[in-house]
Design a protein around this ligand. Structure first.
Ligand SMILES: [Zn+2]
Length: 154
């Protein structure tokens, strides 16, 4: 990290600690060239989140895919679109604040199911029943295609 005072790039980390409820890491740095001290914050960026599939493969987290699967599960349910938006944002915030960039797909599925269960039981059952197969197949596109309204209501 470049020193903001003298431009030296060889600065040292003196101290690292979690800040803001573990959403970020605060690092105190020291520049040996000018004795300057400064602080940096490190936080997870959503675009850097990586999904670890059950077979060990890694894939960039895709918010659109997550949103699509949730919207399909919620289709024709009496829940206001704003509430669904809030739920999706809440899930994403939770993922971002976990402090890890690598997140097992299983954990994401569990967070989604937990959120759905609180909002709508039918949507939860739809998602959960397909999710079981999804873990076996471990193929998100297949998952989305199976997650059609009515599939779990039969
Ligand atoms: Zn310096």
């Amino acid at each position: 990290m470049r020193c903001p005072f003298c431009g030296n790039i060889d600065t040292q980390v003196k101290d690292s600690r979690p800040a803001e409820d573990h959403v970020s890491i605060r690092r105190r740095r020291f520049c040996p060239a000018c004795s300057g001290r400064f602080t940096t914050y490190e936080r997870v960026q959503l675009r850097d989140l990586v999904v670890i599939k059950t077979n060990g493969r890694r894939e960039d987290f895709d918010r659109d895919k997550l949103e699509r699967s949730i919207r399909i599960a919620m289709q024709k349910r009496p829940v206001e679109p704003e509430r669904i938006d809030q739920m999706i944002s809440g899930i994403v915030r939770r993922l971002e604040s976990m402090g890890e960039t690598d997140i097992p797909s299983k954990q994401i599925g569990e967070i989604v199911m937990e959120a759905l269960a609180r909002i709508d039981t039918v949507a939860y059952v739809r998602f959960a029943s397909v999710y079981k197969n999804f873990q076996a197949a471990d193929d998100f596109d297949k998952f989305v295609s199976e997650l059609r309204p009515g599939a779990a209501d039969k």
